[in-house]
Design a protein around this ligand. Structure first.
Ligand SMILES: Cc1ncc(COP(=O)(O)O)c(C=O)c1O
Length: 377
C-alpha cells in the first residue's frame, strides 16, 4: 500500500534527539531556544515561541489577542476541527464563513458580510499549505479594527508575494504533527512581529512563571518564582526541538521535492476533464502539504467510488478537508450559516499520496490508476 504521507526522518534526527537525551536537559531549554531562532531565520519572522502543538499555539494566540467570552471570531468550517476549537476554548464563538473553491480558503466577501459589533478577529487558515489572500484580510482587519490570526498549521515554507507564511504576521501558528511537511512528533510554533505578544505568549506557555528555568539555573543568588496569572503548560521539550532543528536543515529540499511531485501530478492529470486540480493564485506558492483532487458533478463517478478504486490498487487515499459545522461536537452550534461551497468541497474531494522521497514507480502507478478510472468509464 502506498501511504498517504510519510515524515522525512533520518539518522540525523535520531542522533540529535540522542544527544539531547544524554545531555540531561530534556524539557524546554537551550534546544527550544535554538529551534526558535532557526525558525525565525527560515521564515523571516521577528519573534517566535515553540509550543506543544498548533492547537495550543492557536489558543495562546487567541488569549494574547484579548479574545474571550462573548466575542466572535470568523473562521472557516472547512478546516481541521482544531481551528474552531481553539476559539471555543476562550469562551468566544466561532462564526463559520464560506471558502473559495479556487484555493479552499476564506472568501473575503462572505467574511465581510458576517462582521458585527461582537466580531473581534479573523482566524485565517492557509488550507493544506495553499496561502490565503493575506493582504485582502489584512485590509479587512484594518478597516473593521479586527485582529488577524493565521492558522498556518499546514503552511510552513509556503509563500505569499515573496514572503514566507508567518514571516510578516501579527500572529501565525504552525504545526509539526507527522502529517505536516516537517515534524517534531507533536509540536507547534507561533511567530509574530510584536514583542509584547511574544512576551505574553512565552509567559503563558509555562504557567505564567515570573522567572524562566534558564534564569533560575544561571542565577548566582537565591531566586524564587511567582506565578503571576493562571497560565498553561504548553511547552515543547528539548528532545522535540532537537528533531525540529534537523528538520529545518532539510526543509528547503523537502518542499522542492514536494513541489516537483505536485507539478508532475498537475501536468499528467490535467487532461482528465472530470477532475479539478489545485491552482496556485498569482504570487502564492504552496508547500503542497496535501494534494487534493476535486471530482466534478458531471464526472459520472462519486468521490467514494473513485477512492475505493484507488484503494484496490493499493493507493492510500483520504477524504477532503472536513467541515467542522457538520461534526457532532458542533451539532448545537449557533449561528447556523449555510455553507454550500464548503460542504461541496468536503464531500467531493479527496487526497492522494504525496511525501518525500516518493518512488518513481509509485508516482506513475497513481497517475495511471487515476487515468484508467476516468478513461475506462
Ligand atoms: C488547519 C489546522 N489547524 C490546526 C491543526 C492542529 O495542529 P496540531 O495537531 O499541531 O495541534 C491542524 C492539524 O491537522 C490543522 O490542519
Amino acid at each position: 500500500m502506498i501511504p498517504i504521507a510519510k515524515p522525512f526522518l533520518n539518522k540525523e534526527e535520531a542522533e540529535s534527539a540522542y544527544e539531547t537525551v544524554m545531555s540531561g536537559w530534556v524539557a524546554q531549554g537551550p534546544r527550544v531556544e535554538e529551534f526558535e531562532n532557526k525558525f525565525c531565520e527560515y521564515t523571516g519572522a521577528k519573534y517566535s515561541a515553540a509550543v506543544s502543538n498548533c492547537t495550543n499555539g492557536l489558543h495562546l494566540a487567541m488569549i494574547a489577542s484579548g479574545i474571550g467570552i462573548g466575542d466572535e471570531v470568523i473562521c472557516p468550517s472547512l478546516s481541521y476541527i482544531a481551528t474552531a476549537n481553539s476559539i471555543k476554548y476562550t469562551g468566544a464563538v466561532p462564526v463559520f464563513a464560506e471558502v473559495s473553491p479556487i484555493d479552499f480558503n476564506l472568501d473575503p466577501a462572505h467574511v465581510k458580510s458576517l462582521i458585527n459589533s461582537k466580531t473581534k478577529a479573523i482566524l485565517l487558515v492557509h488550507q493544506i499549505g495553499m496561502p490565503a489572500d493575506i493582504d485582502e484580510f489584512k485590509k479587512i482587519c484594518r478597516d473593521y479594527n479586527l485582529k488577524l490570526i493565521e492558522d498556518a498549521a499546514c503552511a510552513i515554507g509556503s509563500e505569499y508575494n515573496g514572503v514566507k507564511i508567518g514571516g510578516d504576521s501579527e500572529l501565525a501558528c504552525f504545526s509539526f504533527h507527522p502529517r505536516k511537511v516537517m515534524t517534531t512528533g507533536e509540536g507547534g510554533m507561533i511567530t509574530t512581529t510584536n514583542k509584547n505578544l511574544i512576551d505574553r505568549i512565552k509567559l503563558l506557555r509555562q504557567h505564567a512563571i515570573s522567572i524562566t528555568g534558564k534564569e533560575r539555573h544561571s542565577s548566582e543568588t537565591l531566586t524564587f518564582e511567582d506565578h503571576i496569572e493562571v497560565g498553561y503548560n504548553y511547552r515543547m521539550t528539548d528532545i522535540q526541538a532537537s528533531i525540529g532543528i534537523c528538520q529545518l536543515d532539510k526543509i528547503e529540499y523537502i518542499i522542492k521535492e514536494r513541489r516537483k511531485i505536485a507539478a508532475r501530478y498537475i501536468s499528467e492529470l490535467g487532461e482528465i476533464e472530470s477532475i479539478k486540480l489545485p491552482i496556485e493564485p498569482k504570487g502564492r506558492i504552496s508547500n503542497y502539504q496535501s494534494f487534493a483532487i476535486y471530482i466534478k458533478k458531471d464526472s459520472g463517478f462519486s468521490r467514494n467510488e473513485v477512492m475505493q478504486k484507488l484503494m484496490i490498487k493499493e493507493i492510500s487515499v483520504r477524504k477532503g478537508v472536513m467541515t467542522s459545522h457538520r461534526e457532532k461536537a458542533y451539532s448545537d452550534h449557533k449561528p447556523v450559516i449555510a455553507l454550500p461551497v464548503s460542504e461541496d468541497l468536503c464531500d467531493n474531494s479527496f487526497m492522494i499520496p504525496l511525501f518525500v522521497p516518493m518512488d518513481d514507480n509509485d508516482i506513475k502507478h497513481i497517475i495511471s490508476s487515476l487515468k484508467n478510472i476516468f478513461v475506462k468509464k
